[in-house]
Design a protein around this ligand. Sequence first.
Ligand code: GLU
Length: 442
Amino acid sequence: MTATTRFAPSPTGTLHVGNVRTALHNWLLAKQAGGRFLLRIDDTDGERSREEYVDSIKADLTWLGLHWDGEERQSARFDLYETEFQKLVSAGRVYRAYETAQELELKRKVLLGRGLPPIYDRAALALSEADHAAKEAAGEKPHWRFLLDREQAIEWHDGIRGPQHFDPAKMSDPVVRRADGSWLYLLPSVIDDIAMGVTDVLRGEDHVSNTASQIQMFEALGAAPPHFSHEALLTGTEGKLSKRLGSLGVSALRDAGIEPEALVALLARLGTSDPVDPALDAAALAASFNLAHFGRAPARFDEAELHRVNAAVVHRLPFERVAHLLPDGMDEAAWNAIRPNLEHIGEAADWWQVVTGPVTAPKLSPEDATYAAEAAATLDHVGADWPALTGALKEATGRKGKTLFLPLRQALTGRDHGPDMVALLPLIGAEAARERLAAASR
Ligand code: GLU
């Protein structure tokens, strides 16, 4: 069986960091196994699902390089859900119930008051066909619950959490279909996972109790459950799940100058003790991806760390990857000279401006101004060659270290720090460099 994973977002909003991590891990799992990664749009909720979110989810996945091998939409699959549902009706694994939300809440309170777990009492199971007919005649419409098999302990070996055990006698029969005929998430997801041959379901630990019910649904539909893994949720730097993190969208990160390679490098490792390696490409990340390395403690997402990883990624990006993002005229030599100084590609424009000028040098001391004049004259002999220029000036003036280099850097770039002058000076060129040194000497 081909390993098949899926990412199943509901298009009720844009992707945030947590969703991206889930998508990425499913993608890595599939790539590692040479399998398939599917995109399933969970749009059964016609009211809240929006086409613009489908578009933005796809655009974000594409930007991240997480290409999918197949795409399905739940809204196009209602016929299949109906067919499979009818099988459960025939097998007696779903049943009609009529309690209103208020009635259920009251039952819950009574049970809790008696110190009992608030499990649905299955009162609706006792209704006769005549009772159902009477309700229908009175205009009452049923919702449907899945009948858990209370004799059948629920167990699975979770890829991250290890052996899991749930006692169905302590669980409520989940509602799978509303009175208006619409679907809740649980059952369509199982039907799809079976139909699409999903072998591995990797999702957040907020789904663990759903998995417990869904395992019995797989069995009721005659299928073996897939391999389940549940990841600890992300937290922000402040320790608890932050509101900001929940809403930290891919587009905001992109606008802040984060490159997809950086987000992928960080999120591939977040939650493991494996070091983040900005040098690894997606294939290498997939090869070394290991669910067993994920801990059960919440994973901490630190935006400052993302920017550090971004800088390390930018320092490695080849010219072909960034050429279209650079200012006109900025060539490969300039990119290679400038990239070690960047945290974000956008800053390249500032340094390119330093190369092309004009620059404003700080006012030099009289001695340094004289030194700049001497440098200008020396440049006429040695050309735009930093080692030759500084070597000659060292000899002639006896200056060394900072006093030798800093006034030159200031005169040539207008700044105290920046890219290696060995690479920068030839980019500035002999003529412009001579003019800048001469200007600083006045
Ligand atoms: N649409 C569900 C969600 O976003 C999918 C959960 C799943 O992966 O099964 O939570």
